[in-house]
Unconditional design. Structure first.
Length: 469
């Protein structure tokens, strides 16, 4: 089984798979000198999560000279990390400064050597917890989130994937007036993000990417699920491929093919429809009572309507089939007989609001129509759908670095069945049609150890979408 070279992703050479930690400089306000521990780093892990507007990580530092005792670690240190190619040190693949939060573990390997495992977090996220504020904001939810991140968190916001093709805002909620009640900037931004939905009810995400860096400060992204799922796969012509035969024989492949071999797969707790029923993601009832006008808005949510709308909007492509719910499943009752499960709400939600508090502006909980009430449930339900088919894959980091792939990106993954005897066999006869397809990356763990870089990704999809064979 071979793939042809395609552009930058096809020009993968051995040296681009080898990386070196050039700088690992520890500083603190109390320290006079910077301490470079690059040679003592045994492993570096960087975590991206589509639900978090900052990066986290962990670092293993081997100390056989009492270095950490000299530093007298207090949890107020920072570490600047720079990683580049071994053969080409001007090819910097990652550069960032982290706060060193705590020593999670110390392992004594012998009388003279200790290994420190230290947790990391973006410095602005560390500083965030020291700044709780109470302020009033007015406007579109995306604009408030952006302004809050700039003024209170000190970061810029990239809204490329929260706007449509003509750069128009895509949240369906009207202008609101809200008071942030002594929250941090991240808490306040997450609170507003959870309210925002597209016209289809899809959620928004505020997240950080290891590829983003701004000369004048850090950068994070505000995206919505509709825009993310409409992206093309970055590796559509060269899908990542997993089969035991391919993995075991990967030493015989050329460098390009090695870069697209899935080295390991973990599939745990998938296809849990009962959990979706329990959380109201299949069918639920939602109501809002306005105590000012005594108006009560009630609406029913069902998953079929939501999936049909996503498909009509080409979020789930019209040429594919959704794979998060068995629409033929029935509710069986010995007295009332069989009926569609979506006709039986499993959760009832009710909230109280008071329209007119701010005259022409809605408050956080105001609901002016049944559609706005239903969008709140759709938001939570669609988030729940993302966990239905989530799997973890381990892949080489080469193409991820070259393609600047991050959380929210779409990747093509091809799974082969156990019938794949050799790599010359016709793929059409051995491809796993249910699992193969285009996935969205939900979170990542980048692992640098020695000169190797690999990535563990949690990936998810809402439909069965073909990949190139």
């Amino acid at each position: 089984m071979t793939v042809s070279n395609t552009g930058e992703l096809g020009a993968i050479q051995t040296q681009t798979q080898q990386y070196k930690i050039l700088i690992a400089d520890i500083t603190a306000d109390r320290l006079v000198n910077t301490i470079n521990v690059a040679k003592q780093v045994a492993e570096l892990n960087i975590f991206e999560d589509i639900e978090k507007p900052y990066l986290t990580g962990s670092i293993l530092i081997v100390d056989d000279s009492g270095l950490m005792d000299d530093i007298n670690f207090a949890g107020t240190e920072t570490i600047e990390v720079k990683i580049a190619g071994v053969q080409n040190q001007s090819f910097v693949v990652f550069e960032r400064t982290f706060a060193m939060v705590n020593v999670e573990k110390i392992v004594h390997t012998n009388d003279k050597t200790q290994v420190y495992m230290i947790n990391l977090i973006d410095t602005y996220a560390f500083d965030n917890w020291a700044n709780k504020f109470s302020k009033s904001f007015t406007g579109k939810l995306e604009d408030i989130i952006t302004g809050m991140c700039v003024s209170e968190l000190g970061v810029k916001v990239d809204r490329t994937f929260s706007q449509d093709d003509i750069n128009t805002t895509t949240s369906v909620q009207p202008n609101v007036k809200v008071v942030i009640p002594y929250l941090t900037a991240i808490e306040g931004a997450d609170w507003l993000r959870d309210k925002a939905t597209t016209e289809n009810g899809s959620p928004f995400f505020l997240h950080a990417s290891m590829h983003d860096k701004k000369v004048d400060g850090p950068l994070i992204r505000l995206s919505n699920l509709d825009q993310l799922l409409r992206q093309d796969s970055f590796n559509a012509k060269i899908p990542y491929t997993y089969s035991q035969a391919t993995t075991q024989s990967s030493v015989e492949l050329d460098e390009t093919n090695k870069a697209f071999v899935v080295q390991d797969v973990q599939i745990n707790n998938v296809n849990n429809t009962l959990k979706m029923i329990q959380q109201g993601a299949i069918a639920s009832s939602f109501s809002n009572t306005d105590i000012g006008s005594t108006t009560n808005l009630e609406t029913l949510y069902d998953i079929d309507e939501t999936l049909d709308r996503l498909q009509a909007a080409e979020v789930i492509r019209s040429t594919s089939k959704q794979n998060v719910f068995d629409s033929k499943h029935l509710y069986h009752h010995r007295v009332r007989g069989d009926d569609a499960i979506i006709n039986h709400p499993s959760k009832y939600y009710h909230e109280i609001s008071s329209r007119g508090t701010y005259f022409n502006y809605d408050t956080y909980n105001d609901a002016s129509s049944r559609t706005s009430v239903k969008n709140k449930m759709k938001n939570a339900a669609i988030r729940n759908m993302l966990f239905k088919n989530m799997i973890d894959i381990e892949i080489p980091g080469t193409a991820i670095i070259l393609g600047k792939v991050t959380v929210g990106s779409i990747i093509s993954v091809r799974f082969l069945t156990s019938n794949n005897k050799d790599n010359k066999q016709d793929l059409n006869s051995v491809i796993d049609k249910n699992r193969s397809g285009d996935y969205m990356i939900y979170n990542t763990r980048h692992i640098w150890k020695d000169t190797e870089h690999k990535v563990v990704c949690s990936i998810t999809k809402l439909d069965k979408r073909d990949v190139v064979l």
